[in-house]
Write a protein that binds this ligand. Structure first.
Ligand SMILES: NC(=O)c1ccc[n+]([C@@H]2O[C@H](COP(=O)([O-])OP(=O)(O)OC[C@H]3O[C@@H](n4cnc5c(N)ncnc54)[C@H](O)[C@@H]3O)[C@@H](O)[C@H]2O)c1
Ligand SMILES: [Fe+2]
Length: 386
C-alpha cells in the first residue's frame, strides 16, 4: 500500500506572516485580486490593511463579502458571478473555514462548468482553478492546507464534502494575530474541531507514518494552549500555538482522513445549523467511547498526549481517562449538549435520526473509523449525544 502527501506549495507562518501577502501574489503571477471574505471582516481593520497593502504594490482588488457561516451553494454561485464580472486572476480568501471553503470552490468552478453537486465526493474536478491564497482567521479548521471543501446543498439539506488535490490553495498564510479577536465560544468550537481532526487522523484506517507525528504535535499543542486561548484571548503564545495546531490538524486529516465524528457532525450542521466545531465537540466523547475497542492502544497514546493519563496507566485506564477528559473539556469550555442548543427541537431531531445516520454513512467518513458502525448504531450514538 502506498500513500501520497499533499499540501500547498507554500505555508507561510510566524510573526507578521500576513505581510508576505503581496510577495506571494506576485510569485503566483497575479495582479487583479479577488478577495473572498464575510460580513464580519468587511468592517474590520484586517481587511482595510490588506487592501491598502495591495494598493501600495500596484494590485487592484475586488471584494466579495457575502459568504455565510457554513457556506451554501448560493454563496459560491454569487461569488463566481462576481469573480467573472471582475476578471480577476487570483483569489485571496480571508476568513474562517467557511470563507476558505467557499473560495476554494469558487476558484475551481471558474474553470469547471458542471453543476456543483457533480463535484461532491472524491477527485471530481477536471481542471485546475485560478490560484488561491488562503489566510485563516480562526484556529481552526485547517482548511488553508486541506484538499477538502464543505458546501451546503440548500435544496437537499446536505453538506457536500468535496475532496480533490485541486482544492489545495497554492499558498497558506498562517498569522495568529488574525485570530486574537475570536470570542470565547468560537475559540472553543474551532479549537475542539482542530483536536478532532488530529484524533481522527491518528485513529483513522488511513493513518500513516507521515500524518501520525503531525497529528501528535497537533494534539499536544491543543492540550497546552486551548484552555489559555479560551481564558485569555489576548495571550499571543496560546493563539500562535493554536494557529499552528490548526494548520497541523488540517495537514494530518487531509492526508489521512476524518472519521465517525465528522461523518455524524455534518448532518447535524446541515439540519440544525449548529456550527461545525460545536457539533464535533458535542459528539466527540460518545463517539470516542464507541470507537475505543477498535484502537485501544492509539487512544491510550492520545490520552497521554492530552495529559489525561500518565505513562504508569495501562491502556484500558488511559482509555477511560480519555473519555472522562473529553467530557470535562466540554464542560470547562461551556460546550452545550445538542438539546441545549438554541432552536433544536426534539421531535425534529428524532424524526431525522435515520436520515442523519444514512447521510453520515454516505459521506464515507465513518468507514475510516476504528469501529465501523451500522446505521442503527449511529442512530443510538446521536441519541446518546442528545
Ligand atoms: N475544508 C476543510 O478542510 C474544513 C475542515 C473543517 C471544517 N470545515 C468547514 O469550515 C466551516 C467552519 O469554519 P470555522 O469554524 O472556521 O468558522 P466560520 O468560518 O464559519 O466562522 C464562524 C463565525 O466566526 C466569525 N469569525 C471568523 N474569524 C473571526 C475572528 N478572527 N474574530 C471574530 N470573528 C471571527 C465569522 O465571521 C463567522 O461569523 C464549516 O462549514 C466546516 O464544514 C472545513
Ligand atoms: Fe472539522
Amino acid at each position: 500500500m502506498s500513500y501520497s502527501f499533499n499540501i500547498p506549495d507554500v505555508i507561510e507562518f510566524g510573526t507578521d506572516a500576513l505581510q508576505s501577502l503581496p510577495l506571494h501574489i506576485r510569485n503566483q503571477g497575479g495582479s487583479k485580486v479577488f478577495i473572498v471574505t464575510d460580513k464580519f471582516f468587511s468592517n474590520t481593520s484586517y481587511l482595510a490593511t490588506v487592501t491598502a497593502d495591495l494598493k501600495i504594490y500596484g494590485f487592484s482588488s475586488t471584494i466579495y463579502a457575502d459568504v455565510q457561516p457554513d457556506p451554501t451553494d448560493q454563496n459560491v454561485r454569487d461569488g463566481l458571478n462576481s469573480l467573472r464580472k471582475s476578471a480577476c486572476d487570483i483569489i485571496v480568501a480571508l476568513g474562517g473555514g467557511s470563507v476558505l471553503d467557499a473560495a476554494k470552490v469558487i476558484a475551481l468552478m471558474s474553470t469547471n462548468p458542471e453543476p456543483m453537486s457533480q463535484y461532491m465526493g472524491y477527485h471530481r474536478f477536471k481542471k485546475d482553478g485560478i490560484p488561491l491564497i488562503a489566510i485563516p482567521t480562526t484556529a481552526g479548521t485547517g482548511s488553508e492546507v486541506t484538499r477538502v471543501a464543505v458546501i451546503t446543498d440548500t435544496e437537499r439539506k446536505v453538506k457536500m464534502m468535496m475532496l480533490d488535490n485541486r482544492l489545495l490553495p497554492k499558498v497558506a498564510i498562517v498569522d495568529h494575530k488574525l485570530t486574537l479577536s475570536m470570542p470565547a465560544m468560537l475559540t472553543a468550537a474551532v479549537g475542539v474541531d482542530t483536536l478532532t481532526h488530529a484524533i481522527e487522523a491518528f485513529v483513522s484506517k488511513k493513518a500513516n507514518v507521515m500524518t501520525d507525528p503531525i497529528a501528535q504535535s497537533c494534539i499536544q499543542l491543543v492540550a497546552k494552549h486551548l484552555m489559555t486561548a479560551w481564558e485569555k484571548p489576548d495571550d499571543e503564545q496560546a493563539r500562535e500555538g493554536m494557529s499552528i495546531a490548526a494548520c497541523q490538524g488540517g495537514m494530518a486529516f487531509s492526508n489521512s482522513s476524518v472519521a465517525l465524528v465528522h461523518g455524524m457532525s455534518r448532518p447535524i450542521g446541515a439540519i440544525f445549523h449548529i456550527p461545525h466545531g460545536l457539533s464535533n465537540a458535542m459528539l466527540l466523547p460518545v463517539v470516542t467511547k464507541f470507537s475505543l475497542p477498535g484502537a485501544p492502544e492509539k487512544y491510550a497514546r492520545i490520552s497521554r498526549w492530552m495529559g489525561y493519563a500518565t505513562n504508569e496507566d495501562n491502556d484500558s485506564t488511559a482509555n477511560e481517562k480519555l473519555v472522562n477528559g473529553l467530557e470535562s473539556m466540554n464542560t470547562l469550555l461551556q460546550i452545550p449538549s445538542i438539546q441545549k442548543y438554541k432552536g433544536v427541537d426534539e421531535e425534529v431531531f428524532n424524526s431525522n435520526l435515520e436520515k442523519m445516520a444514512n447521510d453520515a454513512l454516505a459521506s464515507g467518513s465513518p468507514q475510516n473509523n476504528p469501529v465501523v458502525p451500522r446505521v442503527e448504531e449511529i442512530m443510538e450514538l446521536y441519541q446518546k449525544a442528545w
